[in-house]
Design a protein around this ligand. Structure first.
Ligand SMILES: [Zn+2]
Length: 270
């Protein structure tokens, strides 16, 4: 059983490295996803602006036709007015000329307005094109970099997995699975010592009979409070302190000595 504890302690270190690598792999693409999303948003906006520009250009074509129609109508009316003799007809045509002039003016104003809008849009489009170019470049170069980083991390991960399978030999798969999960969920600490009757993982006092079971090393035991794998470790003073908790009044210095010894052991081991 001692060998198993040593193996589990070694495995703990390797699993910790494995999780660090997996976390790195998970985090790497996330940065790029944000950049890709930004590029997609720019592309969408860019297309919207281009569509708007096309709409405005179409409107301008229509307005030019309307303007030309109004102009032609006015010119025609102006020619015909010269031939008219009756004042009633003259007034009617004059009115129509005024209407054609108004239409010419209206369409001309619209054309000026649309032209201004198109120029504004074209400046926005040019700006977006520049953003788009920069973002595309960034995404492409980062994709290449990330591919390189991930393939290096994947290589590390393969090495760590090979190390794990080497160290796991002889350890039941169910124990290994549980142990790996504990390391993941409990701050990379899956196997801890019992000092006296205290679990050094969660600092809870364990039942004496349970501690004796762990001490007997007949099986793998898990802390009922923090779920970590337990092994018994002799610590100067800790046992005495735990098993004989009541100090006599004539031994006042004893508890502090024990406590220092216990801390020293803890520091060396972890
Ligand atoms: Zn515990």
């Amino acid at each position: 059983m001692k060998d198993s504890f040593v193996k589990l302690q070694q495995l703990q270190g390797v699993f910790t490295r494995k999780y660090e690598i997996e976390d790195k792999i998970r985090l790497v693409p996330r940065d790029l996803e944000e950049k890709k999303a930004a590029l997609e948003a720019t592309n969408r906006r860019y297309l919207e602006l281009c569509n708007r520009e096309n709409q405005l250009k179409q409107q301008m074509e229509d307005l030019k036709l309307q303007n030309a129609d109004a102009e032609a109508r006015r010119e025609e009316l102006e020619k015909s007015v010269e031939k008219l003799s009756l004042s009633r007809e003259y007034d009617t045509v004059k009115k129509e000329i005024e209407l054609a002039k108004a239409e010419e003016q209206r369409t001309r104003n619209f054309l000026i307005d649309r032209q201004k809008k198109i120029e504004e849009l074209q400046s926005d489009i040019a700006e977006k094109e520049e953003v788009r170019r920069r973002q595309t470049e960034e995404v492409n170069s980062e994709t290449a970099k990330i591919d390189e980083i991930i393939s290096a991390l994947q290589k590390d991960l393969n090495a760590v997995n090979a190390e794990i399978s080497g160290l796991s030999e002889g350890i039941p798969e169910s124990l290994l699975f549980k142990f790996a999960r504990i390391i993941r969920n409990k701050d990379n600490l899956g196997i801890v010592a019992i000092h006296g009757t205290v679990c050094e993982g969660c600092h809870m006092t364990l039942p004496l009979q349970f501690v004796n079971n762990v001490r007997s090393e007949d099986d793998v035991y898990f802390c009922p409070y923090c779920s970590r794998v337990l092994f018994y470790e002799e610590v100067a003073g800790a046992e005495k302190q735990t098993f004989e908790p009541k100090q006599h009044d004539d031994e006042p210095s004893a508890p502090s000595e024990y406590s220092i010894a216990s801390e020293g052991e803890f520091g060396d081991d972890f």
